[in-house]
Design a protein around this ligand. Structure first.
Ligand code: AMP
Length: 116
């Protein structure tokens, strides 16, 4: 199968995982190695390997992921202080090659610091 990753297995239900949120297009799970008190991953069900490999046909899906990130942050009550991160490629720290958005919150973000 093309691009089978840990996230594909989680989405397929092969690895029992609590979904913070899910709909027809994405799931939201807690990161197994959190970098902040709140560290979620928003993962499209479509196994796009990297953001750079998304195509024009994914425009609505990418918008959906961002809108859901905002909704989920609101539901978590983290106010407007949250950070979204997408690592694209191994050189940028991507380790799971199934597109995902990190949602980090409830930590003090240093102004200008783009680290997680
Ligand atoms: P990245 O380095 O941007 O590809 O992010 C991959 C993230 O997936 C890392 O923050 C890992 O801690 C996280 N991760 C890996 N395996 C799991 C898992 N089984 N459940 C939840 N998060 C995971």
């Amino acid at each position: 199968m093309a691009n089978t990753t840990i996230f594909s297995k989680i989405i397929a239900g092969e690895i029992p995982t609590e979904f913070v949120y899910q709909d027809d297009f994405c799931v939201c799970i807690r990161d197994i190695a959190p970098q902040a008190p709140t560290h979620l991953l928003i993962v499209p069900k479509k196994p796009i390997s990297t953001l750079a490999n998304a195509g024009a046909e994914d425009q609505a899906l990418l918008g959906h992921l961002l809108l859901k990130a905002g909704d989920i942050a609101r539901q978590l009550g983290v106010g407007d202080a949250f950070r979204l991160v997408i690592n694209n490629g191994a050189g940028a720290g991507q380790t799971v090659f199934h597109l995902h958005i990190h949602l980090l919150a409830n930590k003090k973000f240093t102004e200008g610091n783009l680290g997680m």
